[in-house]
Design a binder for this molecule. Structure first.
Ligand SMILES: Nc1ncnc2c1ncn2[C@@H]1O[C@H](COP(=O)(O)OP(=O)(O)OP(=O)(O)O)[C@@H](O)[C@H]1O
Length: 291
């Protein structure tokens, strides 16, 4: 699949005098599982709501699967699950499926029935009477029956216990293995998404701090350890950027983006994703956009 799933150009949303998202530019290739990460108030929900047309941008442009999102856009190929799991609590599960059938031309009820059957979720139970984990699974089953090419989930596991989290994640992984859709999942915590995602978008205070394939990020960042005496030579030999330096009693650690130099460096270590993200979140005023 060579299509671009999400393309944002200088996208912004202002709430009154305050920007919830600003200067957001992104290119996410189709077929990726995207982790959208950032602390509270980073702009994750704002970006997702803009994507599914629940909010209108104050500035900029957004295309999903090649189609410009704007007033009147019908996003048939996109399914969205919000933090409340996008369900009517007074409906029975069967009625949720009926609503899905009426509202979606691409609807394939067999997909939802198979998922719910496998999980033993009764169709005659009211949604409000299900556990949080079961509600999340019903929301996912309904979303999947739409046969979406782009599935967007706003903090899908935030309210779930560890077992329900694991179950939901494994249904998602099985889905991804079955058909080549693009999935976007948001979370406050990288470690929650790390196993599932192959592309990362980090937001903070309404701006994009980092956006790239995870393999590329891990390949191009390194931790170098050297001595205070040697550090000047090491830094001079680095073809790339030193993002962070930490001095500790004659030893110096450098977080580097680029190729590490051969020679005087004592030690070169790979960086783990969580500490990389923490670095970008704590770096002041960075804005980074990559494919
Ligand atoms: N309806 C609104 N009215 C005013 N400000 C809003 C509104 N919705 C969001 N904001 C503000 O926009 C910014 C981004 O909020 P958003 O909900 O998109 O962040 P988030 O990353 O999803 O946060 P969380 O992880 O807490 O859900 C925050 O400063 C928030 O206070």
């Amino acid at each position: 699949m060579t299509e671009t799933a999400i393309s944002a150009v200088d996208l912004g949303k202002r709430y009154g005098r305050r920007w919830g998202l600003r200067h957001c530019s992104l290119e996410v290739p189709a077929g990726r599982v995207v982790g959208l990460v950032g602390p509270n108030g980073a702009g994750k929900s704002t970006l997702m709501n803009l994507a599914v047309g629940l909010l209108r941008p104050t500035e900029g442009e957004l295309h999903l699967l090649g189609e410009r999102v704007g007033p009147g856009t019908v996003l048939e190929r996109v399914a969205y699950i919000d933090q409340e799991h996008s369900l009517y609590r007074d409906f029975k599960v069967r009625e949720m499926l009926r609503a899905g059938r009426v509202l979606n031309r691409r609807w394939d009820e067999r997909i939802a029935l198979d998922r719910l059957g496998e999980l033993g979720i009764p169709l005659d139970r009211k949604v409000g009477g299900l556990s949080g984990g079961q509600r999340a699974q019903v929301a996912l089953a309904v979303a999947l029956a739409k046969k979406p090419d782009l599935l967007i989930l706003d903090e899908p596991v935030a309210s779930l216990d560890p077992l329900a989290r694991r179950e939901l994640m494994s249904v998602l992984m099985a889905t991804k293995a079955e058909w080549d859709c693009t999935v976007v999942l948001s979370s406050h915590v990288v470690s929650e998404l790390e196993r599932l995602c192959d592309h990362l978008v980090v937001l903070d205070r309404g701006t994009v701090k980092l956006a790239a394939d995870i393999d590329d990020l891990l390949e191009e960042h390194h931790l170098l350890t050297t001595t205070a005496d040697a550090v000047e030579g090491v830094v001079g030999a680095i073809s790339g950027e030193v993002l962070h330096r930490e001095d500790d009693r004659g030893a110096v650690s450098l977080l580097v983006r680029g190729r590490p130099p051969a020679g005087a460096v004592h030690d070169v270590q790979p960086v783990n994703l969580e500490s990389l993200v923490m670095h970008y979140l704590s770096a002041p005023g960075r804005q980074e956009v990559a494919a």
